[in-house]
Ligand binder design. Structure first.
Ligand code: ATP
Length: 325
């Protein structure tokens, strides 16, 4: 589990001493995976407004691509693909912020043309914006030949958002703190996933606020966050049945409270034979674990027919982190 794009072998071949740096007329394209949280345990609200999390990130084969091309002008951003009309094309875009931060750190101008090709649903709980930030960091790093270390890029990623560092690494990893402290998790084998996209996105802060409200109304004291040993055992064994039974997400209750139709989506996948059902991150995307490709096809077909579902995708996990194509 490395940030594969940071290795010198991953860039275009510019000669032995140039590493991944392309020539002046070349662009760099980086592919970055979406994630699901196999476990998402949310601690009490902290005084800084964040929550401590214990999570197991799992990168899956749904991708965004970030292309960085040289320009003499200022930073420019374009986008195509899944949910493109909802993607901001200004300085609020995480990819834009990533390019600016890297340029500032490297002491250079942020002159770059960024193009996003989205396959990850926008505001879907699969960290698409974070993936684009990681992709922009790796693409601009390769384009500009900044010479920053992997640790430097990780630190910049953590400044941009809690989910950005994991998008650099991919694979399966434990996230602690706000999710930005990453430790690899031993995971065997490949898992078959089906994803049901919803008609509308959900705001991550709104889902956390709803969790706090539900806990307060119920007089619940949130425990310190933690990940169940069964989940880690299932991953070590590569056992999808055990994994399906061990999937947990504390954000399911608040997300389904805000969007009751998600319960119908989760039920439809379970009825079709999924061995695990899971809200992806803060939702509204629902994730389904299938025993094999045949069951995955059956679950996907059933979800296509569900009125609460806009689109269905199948993917394998784990997937590699941000890497230059
Ligand atoms: P997370 O699970 O990390 O909270 P998400 O997957 O639910 O995020 P994103 O797709 O990252 O959601 O988008 C959340 C919001 O961020 C969008 O509604 C959009 O306004 C904004 N945004 C900023 N940059 C991007 C980007 N590159 N792609 C998509 N949305 C972006």
């Amino acid at each position: 589990m490395t940030a594969a794009a940071l290795g010198p072998d991953d860039g275009p071949d510019d000669g032995p001493d140039e590493g991944p740096r392309p020539g002046a007329d070349e662009s760099v394209t980086v592919r970055v995976p979406a994630k699901v949280n196999l476990a998402l345990s949310v601690g009490p609200l902290r005084s800084d407004g964040y929550h401590d999390l214990a999570t197991v990130f799992h990168a899956v084969g749904l991708f965004d691509e970030v292309t960085a091309a040289p320009t003499d002008g200022t930073l420019a951003l374009t986008c195509e693909g899944e949910g493109q009309v909802d993607v901001p094309l200004d300085a609020t875009n995480l990819a834009w912020r990533a390019a600016e931060l890297l340029a500032r750190t490297a002491g250079r101008s942020p002159a770059v043309r960024l193009h996003l090709t989205k396959g990850i649903p926008v505001a879907g709980g699969m960290a698409g914006g974070s993936a684009d930030a990681a992709g922009a960091l790796v693409a601009c790093d390769a384009l500009w030949g900044t010479g920053l270390s992997r640790d430097d890029l990780h630190a910049l990623a953590a400044q941009l958002g809690s989910d950005v560092p994991f998008a650099l690494y991919g694979g399966t990893a434990m996230g602690t703190g706000r999710g930005e402290q990453i430790t690899p998790v031993l995971a065997r084998g490949e898992f078959h996933w089906v994803f049901a996209f919803a008609h509308e996105g959900l705001s991550t802060p709104a889902v956390f606020r709803e969790l706090d409200r539900l806990r307060e109304d119920a007089g619940e004291q949130a425990a310190a966050p933690g990940v169940d040993e069964e989940l880690l055992r299932a991953l070590r064994a590569g056992d999808s049945t055990l994994l399906g039974a061990a999937l947990r997400n504390d954000l399911t209750r608040p997300a389904t409270s805000l969007r009751p139709d998600l319960r119908a989506t989760l039920q439809a996948g379970q009825d079709a034979g999924a061995i695990g059902t899971l809200l992806s991150g803060s939702g509204p995307t629902c994730a389904f674990l299938a025993a094999d490709a045949v069951v995955a096809a059956r679950v996907a077909a059933a979800l296509e027919a569900a009125p609460s579902v806009r689109a269905v995708r199948r993917a394998l996990g784990p997937a590699a982190g941000a890497h230059v194509l």
